[in-house]
Design a protein around this ligand. Structure first.
Ligand SMILES: Nc1ncnc2c1ncn2[C@@H]1O[C@H](COP(=O)(O)OP(=O)(O)OP(=O)(O)O)[C@@H](O)[C@H]1O
Ligand SMILES: [Mg+2]
Length: 329
């Protein structure tokens, strides 16, 4: 295979469960040595897609190839080249970390001595050497995820599928796992990861495929997706929460899209296509309405805002304004 040929090729893939269309005509590629982030909310079809690509589930129509092999017709050839760390860790809780890895290696027909040295190497790589001989149900969530990742690498796969690798981890656990994925990619691994976390896709993926209700609704590099969300955003923060609604009112009228309110932080954001040109006028209007601004600034959209604007699952905002300039609530 030439270095340019995609390692994962998905074409027009569909899968239904009864009346539920889990995937409808999904097509995309993953190129060698890159990370594609499949980003979508609960029920979008992410796990269904990963299960099809790793031969655990058959698609209804369409095709998919991994490392040149057809995932529907050539399962036996696909299995040795894919690694899967699933959404629900596939670890035997009553076995130690080491026993789990040796067992997986034996399932791949590695001789015992080789299975044991592979297990030791992976335990070391994922910071589990000290806990290696403890039953794995005593592991923390982060350790369990690392063990699961190690297990997915036992057979030295060419493509790694990570289904929501950091769901349920604390911020430190997430960062540790991200660093491990980055290390694997810098060693040449090709990765398809699914996530509901936009920052995770932003941090790890070269390209992002946004999926919702089984369909791809956008695809691109992080910056391209941010462009789709309307370029620059304006954020205004107030200390007095009773000012949030009047601020929202001004921004909804002046901005180029719905104004989004974060009540907990007192922040209101709105897309602003010609940000700098409009800023002075907005500051003047807020000043005339006697609103004390704690902070105001232009920034790039977050991937959360990108997703919300693409899916339309955005805090509803009809642009209307209540006259709240003086009343207290
Ligand atoms: N075995 C099944 N039987 C019936 N329905 C299923 C089955 N597997 C998935 N579904 C349905 O297909 C849709 C897609 O599910 P899937 O698990 O792929 O979503 P997901 O994007 O992985 O969601 P999550 O983020 O919650 O893991 C959902 O509506 C789900 O209920
Ligand atoms: Mg899932």
């Amino acid at each position: 295979m030439s270095p340019q040929a995609p390692v994962v090729v998905v074409r027009n893939l569909s899968k239904s469960f009864g009346d539920i269309k889990a995937l409808s005509g999904v097509s995309f590629d993953v190129h060698a040595g890159t990370v594609v982030g499949l980003l979508g909310p609960n029920g979008a079809g992410k796990t269904t897609l990963v299960r099809i690509l790793t031969t655990l589930l058959d698609a209804d129509t369409g095709s998919a190839h991994v490392a040149g092999f057809d995932v529907l017709r050539d399962k036996a050839r696909v299995r040795p080249v894919v690694g899967l760390a699933g959404q629900y860790a596939a670890i035997d809780p009553v076995m130690t970390g080491r026993e789990n890895l040796v067992m997986v290696a034996r399932l791949y027909h590695l001789p015992r001595a080789e299975a044991e040295s592979r297990a030791s190497e992976l335990l070391m790589r994922f910071g589990l050497t000290d806990a290696a001989d403890r039953q794995s149900d005593t592991y923390s969530g982060g350790m369990r995820r690392r063990l699961d990742l190690a297990a997915s690498l036992v057979a030295d796969p060419r493509v790694l599928f990570l289904d929501e690798p950091t769901t349920g981890l604390d911020p430190r656990g997430r960062m540790e796992l991200w660093a491990m994925v980055r290390d694997l990619v810098s060693d040449g691994m090709t990765v398809l990861l699914t996530t509901q976390y936009l920052d995770e896709a932003d941090k790890l993926a070269d390209r992002i495929v946004v999926i919702d209700h089984g369909r791809i609704i956008a695809e691109g590099e992080t910056d391209e997706l941010k462009g789709m969300a309307g370029g620059t955003y304006l954020t205004v923060r107030v200390n007095d929460l009773s000012s949030v609604e009047p601020v929202r009112c001004v921004l909804a009228q002046e901005g180029d899209g719905p104004a989004m309110v974060d009540d907990s932080s007192g922040e209101v954001s709105v897309p602003l296509a010609r940000g700098a040109a409009k800023l002075a006028g907005i500051v003047r209007r807020l000043d005339e309405a006697d609103i004390a601004i704690a902070d105001i600034g232009l920034r790039q959209p977050t991937l959360d805002e990108v997703f919300l604007s693409l899916t339309g699952h955005v805090a509803s905002d009809d642009g209307s304004c209540k006259q709240t300039s003086t009343e207290e609530s």
